[in-house]
Design a protein around this ligand. Structure first.
Ligand code: AMP
Ligand code: MG
Length: 395
């Protein structure tokens, strides 16, 4: 199954089961959360006409009557009186422009005579250097749409509106389990054949950064009865994510469990790394079985699990952003599967990291992101391909 088709199916399921529960959180706790309702502007922004510069506010029509005496000084935060005709006001950036003034001349373009009267030295147009009330947004206009992921800039937009409490989608609860006889307990010294569990650590952090609450089910051996005991009866979660136990060598423990429930939705993706990936339900709870190799678990999480969870939260654009980059190397041999290569961007060119093994995380930590090579395609150095940056994906 092509990656796009698997994603399409997963998103269809996710959109059909949106997380509707919502909660109010303080703005300072809303970073990374998903907005649950459409919000409209509460106030005009700017709330009043204000000066964009340090200078002098005046009436355009008084420019013929220069020099103009200064009749008031307005600092940001002060409320000015109306501007008397034939005078100007000393104003600073962000200060309200006195009623009657319709332009601001920059202080460096003004000459102040011995009597303190001001002349403008350069031409000025009506409205110059005034930020008009409501220019950014009018009260009542759409501000942010439901499904917006609240990142620092969005939080700033809300703060500028005086919004202190935000309705957000409840955190999705995700149960996380690593399967594998080879996984040693946390902190244990490795016996022959054993490895430390890194997938659960990576996946937990990725999930938490997505705003999920993680229910850690620990490590479970490749033993159908034990897996069943761990997974059947997990309730109150939106998703179960497992790693490993989906390939033939594992006697396909996770797949077997899903088949018991009569429902395995995906199997064998045309993706490299990450071919063995399963989706199904246990006890009515969706389960996404990621492959065990750390590189495969990472890529399938980013390309499939992450969009699925974002879609459940009502986020519109769920796929990682792709940007075109120039390949700094050739790819002469076409693969059967869509391939995700670990690359670094040096001088705007993608450089292939030496170790592309799905078993290693070290080259993934050195990579800036993934170069997407469609199945069946080759390329030359200098060709342009889609790049998925790790920046932002994990935030
Ligand atoms: P599997 O999908 O079970 O065939 O596992 C593929 C590879 O990933 C094997 O080399 C496993 O030892 C390794 N692996 C499985 N689970 C984990 C894990 N939780 N952390 C790190 N490596 C793992
Ligand atoms: Mg295994």
């Amino acid at each position: 199954m092509a990656v796009d088709e698997a994603l399409r199916q997963l998103l269809l399921l996710a959109r059909a089961a949106p997380l509707t529960a919502c909660e109010q959180v303080a703005l300072r706790q809303a970073d990374g959360r998903v907005l649950a309702e459409d919000l409209r502007a509460a106030i005009d922004l700017p709330p009043w006409d204000n000066s964009a510069m340090d200078g002098y506010a005046l009436r355009f029509d008084d420019l013929q009557a220069q020099p103009l005496p200064v009749t008031q000084t307005v600092f940001a935060g002060e409320a000015p009186g109306p501007l008397q005709a034939g005078t100007c006001a000393r104003v600073f950036t962000g200060a309200p422009v006195p009623a009657g003034a319709d332009c601001v001349q920059l202080q460096e373009n003004c000459e102040v005579d011995a009597q303190g009267r001001v002349s403008s030295l350069t031409p000025l147009r009506r409205g110059a250097n005034i930020r008009l009330q409501g220019n950014e947004i009018r009260a009542g206009a759409p501000l942010l749409a439901a499904g917006t992921v609240l990142k620092p800039i969005a939080l700033g937009v809300l703060a500028s509106q005086g919004i202190t409490q935000v309705p957000v989608v409840r955190r999705p609860r995700v149960a996380l389990l690593s399967s594998g006889d080879e996984l040693a307990g946390e902190g244990a010294t490795l016996g022959l054949g054993q490895i430390h569990d890194s997938n659960r650590v990576v996946l937990r952090a990725l999930l938490e950064r997505l705003g999920c609450e993680v229910i850690d089910l620990g490590c479970v051996p490749d033993e159908p009865a034990l897996l069943r005991a761990a997974l059947v009866g997990v309730q109150g979660v939106e998703l179960i994510i497992t790693s490993a136990g989906v390939s033939v060598g594992d006697a396909d423990c996770i797949g077997a469990l899903l088949r018991e429930s009569g429902d395995v939705q995906l199997w064998k993706l045309a993706i490299k790394p990450g071919k063995p990936l399963t989706f199904g339900h246990v006890g009515g709870v969706p389960l996404l079985g990621l492959p065990g190799n750390p590189g495969s678990a990472l890529v399938t999480f980013l390309l499939l699990a992450r969009p699925y969870l974002l879609a459940r939260m009502g986020v519109e654009r769920v796929e990682p952003m792709r940007v075109p980059v120039v390949a700094g190397f050739a790819w002469p041999k076409a693969g059967k599967r869509q391939e995700y290569l670990r690359v670094r961007l040096d001088g705007g060119r993608a450089r292939l990291l030496e170790n592309q093994s799905s078993a290693t995380l070290l080259s993934a930590v050195q990579a800036h992101g993934l170069l997407e090579v469609p199945a069946g395609e080759t390329f030359e150095a200098g060709d342009v391909l889609d790049f998925i940056s790790f920046d932002g994906l994990v935030g």
